[in-house]
Design a protein around this ligand. Structure first.
Ligand SMILES: Nc1nc2c(ncn2[C@@H]2O[C@H](COP(=O)(O)OP(=O)(O)OP(=O)(O)O)[C@@H](O)[C@H]2O)c(=O)[nH]1
Ligand SMILES: [Mg+2]
Length: 448
């Protein structure tokens, strides 16, 4: 990493200030050449200086320049940040001149990638940097910040340490059988040790459910027959006339989406086309989308009309809800009751007086345990990449446990145990492949 990278670190557009950031061995000397003010090659680290960026005797902009010297910087390399006047032209011009004078345009996430490759942060912490930038809710922010600070990595390392101790013990037994102080791992005392590891991994996965909800939100599909009031319900929940409402059955054709926050969690509602058999080509595509929305939703709200008898169509829809978490919302309870229905998770209401909306929200809180999210203890895994690696590690441990009862020697079982250890290493980036880094960091913002 001998070259010097640079990028615009602030959002593109008009604003009071833009920041252009450089990192690498030439960062200070490149800017010093273009800076009319103090000699930046002679200033102390972590200082800020007023002056002008000059190119071929032309003043480009009036700026403030921060100089941060290696190693106590974001990338551990020399970093310079130029505060220019915000806006497209000054920012672009300064960037252009830096590129002409020896800096290279950074790839997305390259600053953070350098922080990782230079050993300042691990992979889980790097991922969390991007999550922090993209966070929309306060819970997401807190979780990302705790992850950046190593709280999640510590948990992974703790399990890895338990595993490596076990592997070390097995290997001592094999390599130095005469070494009497070492605990001899046998098929009798191995299972309880594996069970401990298994339990640790299962706890991480259990906790990650909350992490996933915090970062991904909850996808809620609103489905039902035509005209029962699905779009009206969406509008009531959003407190906005987002979806078209008419008394014509089959009004909604496409998916209509909207978000609200409940207990700090994003609820992503999807209003769908009323499900019925139809010969209308467009409506049919809509109905297929409705069925697809059920499949991908974390929660389904099945809307029924209180003023209509339970029908075969309703029964058909319920068939599609098999295995899903769903709430039955009986709408139009301002009208006389003709519907007879029993079951769990039943909520009554109407979209005229908004009776039922609070009950519906309370039901969602109950189903997803949102009240139990401990905001002061947000230290769980949330990245899908990490969750998958933990699942693979758990599989490897389960394999070892299953093989204990078979005629397989302990040193062969160690292969699975080692695999679990390596998989967990990929989480923090102790072991990694270049391809992984490329995909991971390419999702980052430019300049981060
Ligand atoms: N009385 C009463 N009418 C309602 C209520 N909610 C909706 N409606 C009416 O029912 C009709 C259908 O409402 P929509 O929200 O468009 O129904 P939908 O389920 O989205 O219908 P499609 O998009 O056709 O599937 C409209 O005339 C609404 O004004 C309610 O709670 N009470
Ligand atoms: Mg509708």
């Amino acid at each position: 990493m001998s070259d010097t990278i640079c990028a615009i670190a602030t959002a593109r557009g008009v604003g009071a200030i833009s920041i252009i950031r450089l990192s690498g061995p030439e960062a200070i000397s490149i800017v010093a050449k273009l800076f009319d003010g103090k000699d930046l090659t002679k200033v102390k680290s972590h200082t800020i200086h007023y002056g002008h960026i000059i190119n071929k005797n032309e003043i480009i902009d009036e700026v403030l320049v921060s100089v941060m010297k290696s190693p106590k910087t974001y990338t551990t390399e020399d970093i310079v940040e130029i505060n220019t006047h915000g806006g497209i032209a000054p920012t672009k011009k300064v960037l252009e001149i830096l590129l002409e004078n020896g800096a290279r345009l950074a790839e997305p996430g390259e600053f953070t990638k350098r922080a990782f490759l230079n050993g300042r942060i691990d992979l889980t912490e790097s991922e969390a940097v991007e999550n922090l930038i993209n966070s929309e809710t306060d819970l997401e922010r807190k979780l990302a910040l705790n992850t950046i600070n190593g709280k999640v990595s510590d948990k992974i390392k703790k399990v890895r340490d338990i595993i490596i101790d076990l592997i070390a013990n097995i290997e001592v037994n094999i390599d130095f059988p005469e070494y009497e102080d070492a605990l001899v791992i046998t098929k009798n005392n191995l299972p309880p040790k594996l069970e401990i590891i298994k339990k640790e991994l299962e706890t991480l996965l259990e906790e990650s459910k909350v992490g996933e909800i915090i970062t991904q939100g909850i996808k809620v599909a609103i489905v039902g027959k035509p005209n029962v009031g699905k779009s009206s319900l969406l509008n009531s929940l959003l407190k906005e006339n987002k979806a078209i409402v008419t008394d014509i059955a089959g009004t909604t054709r496409d998916l209509v989406e909207g978000e609200i926050e409940l207990k700090g969690i994003r609820l992503k509602f999807i209003d769908t086309a009323g499900i019925r058999k139809t010969n209308d080509v467009v409506e049919k595509i809509g109905v297929d989308k409705s069925l697809e929305a059920i499949k991908t939703a974390d929660l389904v709200i099945h809307v029924l009309n209180n003023n209509e008898e339970f029908s075969k169509e309703d029964q058909e829809i319920i068939k599609n809800l098999k295995g899903k978490t769903y709430i039955t919302y009986v709408n139009k309870n301002d009208l006389p009751t003709k519907l007879e229905i029993t079951g769990n998770n039943l909520v009554y209401g109407n979209t005229l007086t908004l009776d039922g909306i609070d009950l519906l929200k309370a039901k969602i809180i109950e189903l997803f345990n949102l009240d139990s999210i401990n905001t002061s203890n947000l230290e769980m895994v949330s990245s899908l990449r990490v969750i998958n690696l933990i699942k693979e590690a758990l599989n490897a441990i389960n394999n070892a446990l299953a093989n204990v009862t078979k005629d397989i020697p302990v040193d062969m079982l160690a292969i699975d145990i080692k695999q679990a250890w390596e998989l967990l290493g990929e989480i923090t980036g102790e072991t990694y492949q270049d391809e992984l880094l490329d995909t991971l960091f390419s999702k980052f913002c430019l300049g981060k």
